[in-house]
Design a protein around this ligand. Sequence first.
Ligand SMILES: Nc1ncnc2c1ncn2[C@@H]1O[C@H](COP(=O)(O)OP(=O)(O)OP(=O)(O)O)[C@@H](O)[C@H]1O
Length: 255
Amino acid sequence: MSKVPALELIDIHKTFGDIEVLKGISLKAYDGDVISILGSSGSGKSTFLRCVNLLENPTRGDIIFNGNKLDLIQGETDLVANNMKQLTQMRQQIGFVFQSFNLWPHMTILQNVMEGPLHVLKRPKHEVAEYAEHLLRKVGIAEKKDMYPNQLSGGQQQRVAIARTLAMDPQVILFDEPTSALDPELVGEVLGVMRNLADEGRTMLIVTHEMNFAREVSSEVVFLHQGVVEEKGTPDQVFGAPKSDRCKAFISSVF
Ligand SMILES: Nc1ncnc2c1ncn2[C@@H]1O[C@H](COP(=O)(O)OP(=O)(O)OP(=O)(O)O)[C@@H](O)[C@H]1O
């Protein structure tokens, strides 16, 4: 029996006004895959990632989660969810880590991590608190649990955001340039946490400009150029012997 991908995107297109930003991108992620999405600024990486769980509505294409096709219908300009229950369930199982952390400023670190499992999953408070503390230890930030986000550095806030995502026990985690908003000295601590998640066998799609990290951690690397997949393969193939000249030029410009 063939294995069903955890996530499959088929021929995703996205148009903003007159501009076609995604021109038919397909991708399959199996459980345990770590897929890095690379490309120069404006190539459509973030837009593609945001289409996965309909933070952006694709103009065309299919999204299949664990073999179940997301029910999409034609809206005014783009496809929209036809079944909010199905979309909500999918979003609960696909975590999203944003570049800008998006923590609740009026909640403590612990409350931020507890919010989803407590109010969305309706799990018992004592269980949720215990698990949240465990996750904060895991990302190395347990001692800050009673502080508020603005009392933490960017790197610490991003680690909290990762713990908050893990608290929902997602099957897949999407990372949209998780270190791009950080001062250079804080990037390593966040990449360290992500590296541990990859080592644990988490399924991750990562939009990143951190080339060394992508090379070391990914099972597959996808290089986008102007809304199409220009090159994809193992890190050794894409970084070591890219077939496309554009990918070659990109790689040599960043190393
Ligand atoms: N909401 C929007 N409305 C109009 N155009 C948009 C919108 N979001 C993105 N775009 C355009 O789509 C293109 C792709 O943007 P996207 O953010 O996906 O690129 P990216 O590869 O992630 O770039 P970067 O590495 O700079 O973040 C850009 O030209 C951008 O200006």
